[in-house]
Write a protein that binds this ligand. Structure first.
Ligand SMILES: CC(C)(COP(=O)(O)OP(=O)(O)OC[C@H]1O[C@@H](n2cnc3c(N)ncnc32)[C@H](O)[C@@H]1OP(=O)(O)O)[C@@H](O)C(=O)NCCC(=O)NCCS
Length: 330
């Protein structure tokens, strides 16, 4: 009988653009205040990519760091999965552009679109590819240039988003690093968080531009409510599939949409505390598919996440879509 193959994250990396946009800067752009943004969201500042800096560039920078940390060369890479809702272009995929930039000559790859849940969908794809024996390693990237699809005249959304990228390398392991994965979607509420134009339903036109249809649109209050309940459910499913309880978890790396959502989910899951929740949205805002790998990579780099730690990842986003995963950092 052949032995079961396991997958593990063996390296992480991240990249954020140097340009910082503070809440004070936003006060000069729309009718808002630093106090409102901080108390309602927890965000203080976010990073904004340069006009000639794209999702593929940020992905490549994060990927290089993840490969170096996993002690792999670009020529070793066999698969590249990029989760993004802001690809450089509709096609070719961002994964192709990353493949070329890295010089990953042996790799195949594709983009995966699942808004803020994209990274956990891509992580599942990476783990499945490794566990099946089809590849020996995979680069899993979450990256966004949300500033390109943000309506900078709408205070409802422009205070929330930022740009950045995170990446992990996955490889076969003797013990399961990827302890569980639970994913879900429900298109019935597709219209509470979406980007209407640019696809075949509403191709770019003068009208679509005038009506600001190429920007993210969100019913914030509705999204908030569904997000908390759905994330708690996804976390419980991921824990159950891993045969673990919340008490076994060392760190919680949740999608960084709103500090109040992170706190509410962490409190409802466990002992009412939020100490184990890793938070970086105060510095980066909501970076959609990049937020979980960015927070994970930072926590590995600064030594908070240690060998043997079990990490609960939970995401929620447009689709609606959601996911939970339990990962052990071997
Ligand atoms: C967007 C969000 C921060 C808004 O916070 P909220 O507490 O729900 O605020 P509301 O939408 O109820 O708005 C409250 C008031 O603040 C106003 N407001 C909205 N944005 C504002 C801003 N940037 N500055 C000042 N006032 C603002 C609203 O107009 C509203 O005014 P009104 O009461 O006079 O109508 C919050 O709903 C949220 O985080 N939603 C979920 C985001 C998310 O999870 N996304 C999914 C994953 S990507």
């Amino acid at each position: 009988m052949s032995q079961k193959r396991y997958a593990a994250i063996t390296g992480a990396g991240h990249y954020v653009p140097p340009n910082v946009l503070t809440n004070a800067d936003l006060e000069t752009m729309v009718e808002t205040t630093d106090e409102w943004i901080r108390t309602r969201t927890g965000i203080r500042e976010r990073r904004i990519a340069a006009p000639d800096e794209f999702t593929s560039h940020m992905s490549t920078a994060a990927a290089r760091q993840a490969l170096a940390n996993a002690k792999l060369a670009p020529e070793d890479v066999e698969a590249i999965f990029v989760a993004t809702c802001t690809p450089d272009m509709i096609f070719p995929s961002t994964a192709c552009l990353v493949q070329a930039a890295l010089g990953a000559k042996r790799a195949y790859g594709y983009d995966l679109s699942s808004a803020c849940s994209g990274f956990l969908m891509a992580l599942d794809a990476g783990a499945t590819a490794i566990e099946s024996g089809r590849v020996q390693n995979a680069l899993v990237i979450g990256a966004e240039k949300l500033s390109a699809v943000t309506d900078w005249t709408s205070r409802d959304t422009c205070v929330l988003f930022g740009d950045g990228a995170g990446a992990v390398v996955m490889q076969p392991s003797e013990r399961p690093g990827m302890r569980s994965s639970y994913l879900g979607v429900d298109g019935h509420q597709a219209d509470i968080l979406f980007l209407p134009a640019g696809g075949c339903r509403l191709p770019a036109s003068e009208k679509s531009v005038q009506e600001h249809q190429h920007f993210i649109q969100m019913a914030g209050r509705e999204t908030f409510k569904v997000a908390v309940n759905t994330m708690v459910g996804a976390a419980q499913q991921a824990l159950a599939r891993a045969g673990l309880t919340e008490a076994d978890i060392d760190w919680m790396v949740f999608h960084q949409a709103n500090k109040r959502i992170i706190d509410a989910v962490a409190q409802r899951l466990g002992d009412g505390t939020t100490d184990r929740a890793i938070v970086n949205l105060d510095r980066y805002g909501n970076t959609s598919a990049a937020s979980i790998p960015l927070a994970f990579s930072e926590a590995v780099a600064d030594g908070r996440i240690q060998s043997g730690n079990k990490i609960l990842m939970v995401a929620f986003g447009g689709g609606l879509s959601w996911g939970g995963a339990v990962v052990e950092w071997l």
